[in-house]
Structure formats: structure tokens, C-alpha cells
Design a binder for this molecule. Structure first.
Ligand code: SAM
Length: 245
């Protein structure tokens, strides 16, 4: 069927490509990609050869109208280098314009580093805010952190190894010393989740040096009143009993 297919691809382990994603890629007239070399590797893995066109931040405005014009008669897939397109990756304007022109937009969901990190972190998942990358300049970063300090949700950041220790210290300053998890190399050989307070994690990575690989940082919501422990409950009950007539 003609239309725009948003196809999630693995974030490390190629086994995570879904059969439906492979089917759509194998049958697309064209695959719009961030980097042709990266997607060529994925296509080789599934034994597929399809025409590719680069679609990234530097050429998107120029090539988008041509892609939209082809959607009436052709199936075009959009992928990013890894994970779910549009999530800290190009694509939302393509989806917006495809819809506006009346074309079908179909999603093929799959790996996303932010969601995978939430499943590893052991922090509340009922409400979360995906922040993506913080600005790299200290002033702008502190301003962004101040904006989200009162949000009552778990916070999810994308980060790089070289910036990790400074970001953890800035978060401890701006948010208070909350619990956090540094998740790294998800679905790859050296996958790990290191948990601790923001200040302890900042000290750990300042001392050890920048970790290698890709990182998602997950930070607990602002301090909730602790759930009453069994001991607290016993004490409250004993105290209440003393006031009975
Ligand atoms: N669209 C992608 C997704 O769905 O997750 C994210 C693209 S964003 C440009 C790349 C960032 O995602 C990396 O810098 C890192 O923070 C995070 N990331 C991607 N793959 C990862 C992995 N295997 N482990 C940990 N973080 C990862």
C-alpha cells in the first residue's frame, strides 16, 4: 500500500528488528535514511537491497517536497540510524506534511533507547518526561534543568560519555540529590545499568573517566513522601490505641 512507513530499527542487537519491519523495508520503493552506510548494514543483515535516499537535518527541508510527491503511488519507509525515527531524530515534519497532503502514515514500532532505559532503571514508570539531550553549554543546561525541576515525573535524558559526569553534577545541583540510573550500551554486549544518587554517580564518573558507548540517564521524580513502613504503621496504631477511651 502506498504511504509513509515509520520503521523502528535495532539500537544495538540486530535480532531486535521485527519481522514486520523487515517486511516493510524489503517491499518499500524507497527508504529514507539518516546515513546510507548505517542502513546498508542493516539491509545486508536481512538480505535486502532497496534504493535509499538521505534524509537528515541538513537536507530535510530541500528533499521533503519530493518525498511527499511520491507518496501517492509508492511506499516509502523512514528509518533513523538506530531506534525509533522522530525520537531525537528527524521525521516529524515529514509525517506532518504527509498527513496534510492526505497520504497514509503507518508506524512500525520497535526499539527506542528511552523506553528500554526505563525498563532497566528500576524507577517509577507511571509518569515520565522524555527530555532528550540537554544543551551542552553550562548556562543553557542549568536553565533547562531549572525548567523541569518541579515536574513530578521520572526524567529521561540522552547523553554522551564525555559529558556524563558534568551533566550528573549539574542535575544534582539543579534537581537535588535524587536517585538515578545510568544505562549504557542497551541490547549490546556490555549493557549495564548503574544506579545511585546523582552526586554519587557524578563522583564515580568524574573519577573513572568518561564511559564508552551510548547512554540514557534516568532520574527519579522529586521526593515523594516515603510510603509508610510497617514499623511506622505499628507505631501509629499503638499511639492511636493509647487515645482510645
Ligand atoms: N531514535 C533513537 C531512539 O529511538 O532511541 C535515539 C536517537 S539519538 C540521536 C541517539 C541517542 O540515543 C544516543 O546518544 C544515546 O543517548 C541513545 N541511545 C541509542 N542507542 C542506545 C543504546 N544502545 N544504549 C543506550 N543509549 C542509546
Amino acid at each position: 500500500m502506498p504511504g509513509l512507513y515509520i520503521v523502528a530499527t535495532p539500537i544495538g542487537n540486530l535480532g531486535d528488528l521485527s519481522p514486520r519491519a523487515a517486511h516493510v523495508l524489503a517491499n518499500a520503493a524507497l527508504i529514507a535514511v539518516e546515513d546510507t552506510r548505517v542502513t546498508a548494514g542493516l539491509l545486508r543483515h536481512i538480505g535486502v537491497k532497496r534504493p535509499m535516499m538521505a534524509y537528515h537535518d541538513h537536507n530535510a527541508d530541500r528533499v521533503r517536497p519530493g518525498l511527499i510527491a511520491r507518496l501517492g503511488g509508492e511506499a516509502i519507509a523512514l528509518v533513523s540510524d538506530a531506534g525509533t525515527p522522530l525520537i531525537s531524530d528527524p521525521g516529524y515534519k515529514l509525517v506532518r506534511d504527509a498527513r496534510a497532503a492526505g497520504h497514509a502514515v503507518v508506524t512500525i514500532p520497535g526499539p527506542c533507547a528511552a523506553v528500554a532505559a526505563l525498563t532497566l532503571a528500576g524507577l517509577p514508570t507511571d509518569r515520565f518526561l522524555f527530555v532528550g539531550f540537554l544543551p551542552s553549554k553550562a548556562g543553557a543546561r542549568a536553565e533547562s534543568i531549572a525548567e523541569i525541576a518541579s515536574v513530578r515525573a521520572t526524567l529521561v535524558f540522552y547523553e554522551s560519555g564525555p559529558r556524563l559526569a558534568a551533566t550528573l553534577a549539574a542535575l544534582a545541583d539543579g534537581l537535588g540529590d535524587r536517585e538515578a540510573a545510568v544505562t549504557r550500551e542497551i541490547t549490546k554486549k556490555f549493557e549495564e545499568a548503574v544506579t545511585g544518587t546523582l552526586s554519587s554517580l557524578a563522583a564515580r564518573y568524574a573519577e573513572a573517566g568518561p564511559p564508552k558507548g551510548e547512554i540514557v540517564l534516568v532520574v527519579a521524580p522529586p521526593g515523594e513522601p516515603e510510603a509508610a513502613s510497617a514499623e511506622d504503621a505499628d507505631a501509629a496504631l499503638a499511639e492511636a490505641l493509647t487515645r482510645l477511651p
